[in-house]
Design a protein around this ligand. Structure first.
Ligand code: SF4
Length: 275
């Protein structure tokens, strides 16, 4: 178990010692749950960062979020949903008009095809409603397990683990698994945590990956869970330099949402800029 303490007589920031990777299954479960509890304290306001008012909006916004930021999607979707509020409306849209509306999210031609295909499938096969079951969601065009779990967890309250790029990278850094295949990662992590933790665990890990434990330069020296991490030192450990790598909240309050619902945990969060 890692320690974070000051060396006797030493000035300056605490000395962090890298945590040992868990050696046993029990050790792994204990370490993983400890990290989850620590992240819950750091990000009490973790939440999905896409704005949505119903499952259809979340589904479309999630598809649009590929290769761009949630903030960019949140700036784009109000005009899209104002013009096409239902799957029927979007299915019958002029594709060129949809392309223009979603252009800022990048890959707008492919994304137009995806969301219009989705809208048609919802209209023709599901009576214009987003289905609330994983097996139905993953049959929709362009919807994989990751998107399906985002929609289930956040629009239907069905617990799900969302293995996106941040989630996969961080659980490998913490040595919970060395698996690269998102489906296998999902199954392994589901085994470590009770179902009731799945959705919030996903949000916390994604928050941490976006803000501190970046892909190329993790800000280890400014990481609040450094003492628990077997990969401490993979990134910048100098606290001052690490602080400069932090990506703070950029858009809404306190994440990237521009229209958080009033009962959202984020509404009781520290002001923007605080992690
Ligand atoms: S930022 Fe560094 S110390 Fe923190 S979780 Fe990532 S690798 Fe570990």
């Amino acid at each position: 178990m890692a320690k974070s303490d000051k060396e006797p007589g030493a000035a300056g920031p605490p000395v962090i010692r890298k945590a040992k990777p868990p050696q046993t299954r029990t050790g792994l479960v204990r370490q993983a749950r400890k990290i989850n509890r620590a992240l819950a304290e750091v990000y009490p306001y973790a939440h999905p960062e896409l704005d949505f008012e119903n499952p259809f909006e979340l589904l479309v916004a999630t598809v649009l979020s590929a290769q761009t930021t949630d903030l960019r999607v949140n700036q784009t979707t109000p005009a899209l949903f104002a013009k096409y509020p239902t799957p029927e409306d979007l299915a019958a849209a002029n594709p060129e008009e949809v392309e223009e509306l979603i252009r800022p999210t990048g890959f707008f031609r492919a994304k137009t095809k995806s969301i219009m295909g989705l809208a048609r499938a919802l209209r023709d096969e599901h009576g214009g409603e987003v289905p609330g079951r994983l097996e139905d969601l993953v049959k929709l065009p362009g919807v994989g397990r990751k998107t399906a779990n985002v929609v289930l967890g956040n629009a239907f309250g069905v617990p799900g683990i969302t293995v996106d790029t941040h989630f996969g990278r961080l659980v490998r850094r913490w040595k919970w698994t060395d698996e690269e295949d998102p489906e296998k990662v999902e199954a392994l992590i589901c085994d470590i945590f009770p179902k009731s933790d799945w959705t919030m665990l996903s949000h916390r890990i994604i928050f941490h990956g976006r803000r501190i434990c970046h892909a190329r330069k993790p800000a280890c020296g400014a990481c609040p869970i450094a003492a628990l991490c077997p990969s401490y030192g993979e990134g910048e450990i100098d606290p001052e330099k690490a602080k400069k790598l932090l990506k703070y909240e950029k858009g809404g309050f306190p994440g990237q949402r521009l229209k958080p619902p009033p009962d959202y945990p984020g509404m009781a969060a520290p002001p923007m800029g605080a992690v």
